[in-house]
Design a protein around this ligand. Structure first.
Ligand code: SF4
Length: 396
């Protein structure tokens, strides 16, 4: 009988100082610890660790799922200035920044890609498949999205998500995707309507906020699709995040949405975010999360570590990122960028020597205006406030 692999070599525990005591976050759950259960050096005392182990909180997760990220189109119909796939800012100051090279997924690539995936799943002894449809804008190539889902579902138990800007999610496409097994769509907002419509504009400069909301409302009414809402936070829009939250709660069905707030970093194309990771901003972010929860949105619980297994494990054991032309990359952030290729679906991965320096992980390329220590302290403060709220409200 085969054994599913466990996760080793990756940090799966975290200890955060709270205003009173500590929060322990393990792979299987969290626990609130008293000060005397933690050493002055900030480690869990042996007798407390035994309790956490006995409670099952330290059990390493067993991996059964292979994660396929596939770009169906590297083109995008929007012209966001901060997009990590831009190769520069628009030299005219408009909304047509130059992008990574154009590629479009077709049936001739989907077949070999799924053969490659099937082989990798067998080699890694993984029986489930998680598909992420990605771009550019994946819905510039809806036929390939549907074909990938229909054919991938033959490889094993499949779950499927899509990252989309939401502007092209017509009634017909929403039905086709949901029927083919898509469960969730991640949609990004950049502040309330006024700010969003100056940042996330079409390449001809048109606003997108109302179209996105209308598409989400209709797809919610007519299909089973759920939504992962990402709210980008920058110096342009943070003052209006409260207003956005109220509007989303009023116009969408929060019970079908999760929500996540993220500070925009500089992906190296000249879009800086002046917003610093201050205590004030941390408190605001925790407050947004708590208010979102009270509105009925799902809000992810703080975890030990945000680990992307596709890019963190350096031989593609747990997943692959496939560009629309069939070239493999370690990470969705490097996909389609010259010099970052790590193999092809037809020939497999290059050797470790050949990919040295190319095996990047999520967010490696992002620059922030403040230090890593400041960002860690920021996230700890947000997470502690949120955990304390969950505890006080009986949700934890
Ligand atoms: S919608 Fe996404 S892919 Fe398109 S330009 Fe904006 S950030 Fe980039």
């Amino acid at each position: 009988m085969s054994t599913a692999p466990a996760l080793d070599g990756i940090r799966t525990e975290r200890l955060i100082k709270a205003s009173s005591g500590w929060w322990f976050l393990g792979p299987q759950g969290s626990a609130r610890l008293r000060d005397h259960q933690v050493t002055p050096e900030g480690t869990v005392r042996p007798e407390t660790r035994r309790y956490l182990v006995d409670a099952g909180l330290c059990e390493p997760p067993v991996l059964r799922t292979y994660a396929l990220t596939v770009l169906t189109s590297t083109d995008c119909n929007l012209g966001c200035a901060y997009c990590f796939q831009n190769t520069a800012q628009d030299p005219t100051g408009g909304s047509r920044p130059p992008r990574i090279e154009r590629a479009r997924l077709d049936s001739d690539t989907i077949g070999p890609m799924l053969d490659f995936v099937s082989q990798r799943m067998a080699e890694s002894n993984l029986e489930r498949l998680s598909v992420l449809l990605f771009g550019g804008e994946p819905l510039l190539n809806p036929r390939a999205c549907v074909e990938v889902l229909n054919r991938a579902s033959e490889l094993g138990e499949m779950s499927a998500r899509m990252v989309s800007n939401g502007t092209l999610l017509t009634r017909t496409i929403a039905h086709q995707l949901a029927d083919a097994g898509l469960s969730t769509v991640q949609i990004t907002f950049d502040g309330d309507q006024t700010e969003h419509d100056t940042i996330r504009v079409t390449r001809s400069g048109r606003a997108t906020f109302e179209t996105i909301i209308a598409n989400m409302v209709r797809a919610t009414e007519e299909t089973s699709l759920r939504w992962q809402i990402r709210v980008n936070v920058s110096h342009h829009n943070h003052e209006r995040t409260d207003a956005l939250l109220e509007r989303l709660a009023a116009e969408l069905d929060p019970s079908r949405c999760s929500i996540h707030f993220a500070i925009v970093g500089d992906a190296g194309v000249g879009y800086g975010n002046d917003l610093l990771h201050t205590d004030t901003l941390a408190d605001k972010m925790a407050d947004w999360q708590i208010r979102a929860l009270e509105h009925g949105f799902a809000v992810g619980r703080p975890r030990a570590a945000e680990v992307c297994l596709t890019c963190t494990v350096p031989d593609g054991r747990y997943g692959a990122v496939v560009n629309a032309d069939g070239v493999l990359y370690s990470c969705w952030e490097s996909a389609g960028k010259p010099g970052w290729e790590v193999g092809t679906i037809r020939n497999g991965y290059l050797s470790a020597e050949e990919t040295t320096g190319r095996w990047v992980t999520c967010h490696d390329g992002y620059q922030h205006a403040d230090s890593a220590a400041a960002r860690t302290a920021f996230h700890d403060r947000v997470d502690v406030t949120f955990l304390d709220h969950l505890h006080a409200s009986g949700r934890l």
